[in-house]
Design a protein around this ligand. Structure first.
Ligand SMILES: [Zn+2]
Length: 72
């Protein structure tokens, strides 16, 4: 089973900051939002913000998994 496909089944994305959390997480640990979507695509894993151009591009301030795009 490809790991890439598994992600979308296991995580939902915070609508506010795009942080990815397990489906059973009630609140975003980054921004505190309770609004999530399971309709997202693309994943970026940020470990070191200082060295990550994509983290700067997406304005990511906390290390973790993020969705690149959210569905409507
Ligand atoms: Zn959030």
């Amino acid at each position: 089973m490809p790991a890439r496909r598994k992600y979308s089944k296991l995580f939902k994305a915070c609508i506010k900051c795009k942080y990815l959390v397990p489906l059973d997480t009630p609140r975003c640990p980054v921004c505190g939002s309770e609004n999530f979507t399971e309709n997202w695509s693309g994943i970026v894993i940020v470990v070191d913000m200082e060295k990550s151009d994509i983290a700067k591009m997406l304005d990511i301030k906390v290390p973790g998994r993020y969705a690149i795009r959210l569905g409507t």
